[in-house]
Design a protein around this ligand. Sequence first.
Ligand code: FPP
Length: 246
Amino acid sequence: MVLENKRASHLPKHVAIIMDGNGRWASKRLLPREAGHYAGMKSVRETVRAACDLGLENLTLFAFSSENWKRPKTEVGVLMGLLRAYFRSDMDELAGRNVRMRIIGHRSRVASDIQKLIEESEKRTLTNTGMNLTIAFDYGGQEEIVAAARELARAAADGRIDPETITTELFAARLFTSALPSPDLVIRTSGEHRLSNFLLWQSAYAELLFLDTLWPDFDRAALEGALAQFDGRERRFGALDSEAVA
Ligand code: FPP
């Protein structure tokens, strides 16, 4: 499938991916779960490159949820190591591709050297105008919404805002994703049909695409296939379809 000439208007503005199935990919090969995460990293690289080549404006990847801390220490360590390695080894390429990096989540809970790498990568790519690549790491959608609500409640209690003036826009401006458009396509790999606390507010009108592919098997062709499926869907945002209106 060739999507190179696809008109930009048919591409989703923002694709968000729940990268699931690394563990099962490894188990199927009688490998330790960690091997699945290493293989998943290859898919991250291929997907990011493909998204850049296709001219996608926003790509968000769910790499570590707030709940993932409950996994065995060694597995958490591997995931932290992969994030560290990604910043160390891929930043030159990403910056060269004009990618702007953002990390969303509780960054205060990750090791200080990783925090530093995150800050450096965000600073280095701050003025880049190509694809926005957002990595959700130690991220949880409910916590994000509660933090925004708490901030607004505090402002109202202090008399800095009138509660009557709180709108969806004002609320969204307090979320990690305030600078990004809402995802219009959320993909989850590995056959699970759940959002698992990912971009809950932001996905209100997103098209959801659940693929059986395990994340380490996700590649350029899989991304193109997902974009083609999005292209075939009709989005109504609560209104009637165009035929019913005509
Ligand atoms: C879910 O698979 C995947 C994760 C918890 C981690 C995703 C991380 C990567 C793909 C690599 C790191 C990426 C970056 C950008 C640093 P699972 O382990 O829950 O799979 P399972 O459901 O089959 O057990």
